[in-house]
Design a protein around this ligand. Sequence first.
Ligand code: SAM
Ligand code: DTB
Ligand code: SF4
Length: 355
Amino acid sequence: MTITTTAQRHDWTLDEINALFALPFNDLLFQAQQVHRAHFDANAVQISTLLSIKTGACPEDCKYCPQSGHYNTQLEKEKLLEVEKVVEQAKAAKEAGASRFCMGAAWRSPRDKDLVLVEEMVRQVKALGLETCMTLGMVDSDQASRLATAGLDYYNHNLDTSPDYYGEIITTRTFSDRLDTLATVRDAGMKVCSGGILGMGEDAQDRSALLQQLAKLSPHPESVPINMLVKVPGTPLENVEDLDPIEFIRAIAVARIMMPQSHVRLSAGREQMSESTQALAFLAGANSIFYGDTLLTTGNPQADIDRALFAKLGLHPERRETCEDDATHAQRLAQQAEQHARAERVAELAVDASV
Ligand code: SAM
Ligand code: DTB
Ligand code: SF4
C-alpha cells in the first residue's frame, strides 16, 4: 500500500493502519519521508521546553505517572509556582532557543482560584514572544475560553492509549472524558496537542487504535506527542517489558503518514534512547522535541547533548510556527470585550426595566 495523499483523513480503518505497520521497515520509512517532505522542512525540528508548575499529589491514578498521589515515588511535591518564577524559566527557555513554553500541572482539573494565576502566567509568557502551551487536566468550556482569552496557543491533553487498553491504565477518568476535554479546547479556539505513551504493555492493536483515535479528531491535533514510557520506580508500570525501539519508530512513521500536517513530537523517553533511535525517529517524520534538562519530573537529555545531536544530524530548530498572530489575537480579545460590554448593557437594561 502506498499512501501519497497529504490531505487530512479522519476515517482510517484498523486494517489500513495495521497494513502500514506491517510494511517492510524501509518502505514504511520511505513513505513517511515522502509525506513529511510534502509538508515540512525535513531538517527543521520544533523546540518546546516544559516546566512543571504544580508537582505531585495528583488525585488521578494514571499507572505510568510519578505524580499520582496513589503511588509512592519519593517525589517532592510542590504547590503552584509563583508567576515570576514561571516567567523567569520561560525567559531562560527562550534564550536557549525554545519557540514554545509548555506548563504542566498535576491536577485532575484546575480550580477557579488557580486559574486566575495560570491566566497571568499565559499572558506574561506570551508577552515574551513565546508560543504558550498548558496541560492542566480536564477543562470545561468556561475555563477553556478563559485560557484562550489569556492567549493560550495550545492545550495538551493526551489520549494516552487505545480505548480498549485505557481501563488498564487509568480508572479515575474515562477515555470519553478525554475526548470531551479535547472538543472543549478546540471549540474555545485553541490548538490541540494530543498524543499518547507507548511501552506500557499495550499490544500492536492498541498502538494502531490509539493512532486511529488521534486521527479521528477533526482537525487533527496540531501537535502529536509520542512518549516512550519513562519507567519510574514506585509506579505500577516500573517493571513493564521494554518496547522494541523499532516498533516505536514504526509508530512514529505511521503517525506521520496518518496526520501529515501535524507536528509529531518525539516526546518523553529520549534520555533512555540511543542517538541512532532518535535519528531514526527524525527520519520517520518526528519534527518536534522537548528541549531542556528535565521534562516535568524526570530527566531529558542535557541541552549540550541535544545541540551536539542536532549538529551531527544537520538538524536546525524550526522558527516560530505561524500560529494565531498577534494582530488576530488582539482582534479576538477586542471582540470578546465588546461582547462582554454588550452583555453588561443588556443586563443593566433588564434591571432598569424591572424597577
Ligand atoms: N495532569 C494533566 C493530565 O494528565 O492531563 C497534565 C500533566 S500529565 C503529566 C501529561 C502527560 O504526560 C500524560 O498525559 C502522559 O501522557 C505523560 N506522562 C506522564 N508520565 C509519563 C511517563 N512516566 N512516561 C511518559 N509519559 C508520561
Ligand atoms: C507529553 O505528551 N509529554 C510531556 C507533556 N506532554 C506534558 C510530559 C512527559 C512527562 C514524563 C514524566 C515526567 O517527567 O514526569
Ligand atoms: Fe495526574 Fe496527569 Fe499524572 Fe494522571 S498524568 S496522575 S492526571 S499528573
